[in-house]
Write a new protein. Structure first.
Length: 100
């Protein structure tokens, strides 16, 4: 990569991190629900590439252990991204969030 291409890639990555951080802050604040995030995944590239575990950890009261337990009981891999979830996996995760 040339220096210019590298600089553009770094800028794009920084913008993506900032946007992802803003999305997760909205989930923490309760202005956006996990269901809404999952609904945005097919259309939004940023949401599509966000790990499900990060979205779940942004929910108040959900730490690493609880998120791992929820994902394990729902049969979702820890490294799964929101855009890669199937409809059944989304439904199981949302149902599990309602129970816990």
């Amino acid at each position: 990569m040339t220096a210019e291409q590298r600089a553009m890639a770094l800028l794009k990555a920084a913008q993506a991190r900032t946007a992802r951080s803003e999305l997760l802050a909205k989930v923490r604040a309760g202005t956006v629900t996990v269901a809404e995030v999952f609904a945005m995944a097919p259309d939004d590239d940023l949401v599509k590439r966000t790990r499900v575990s990060l979205v779940l950890r942004a929910v108040p009261g959900y730490g690493p252990a609880r998120v791992a337990a929820v994902m394990a009981t729902c049969g979702v891999e820890v490294k799964r991204r929101a855009g890669d979830l199937g409809e059944a996996q989304r439904e199981r995760l949302l149902a599990a969030l309602a129970r816990w």
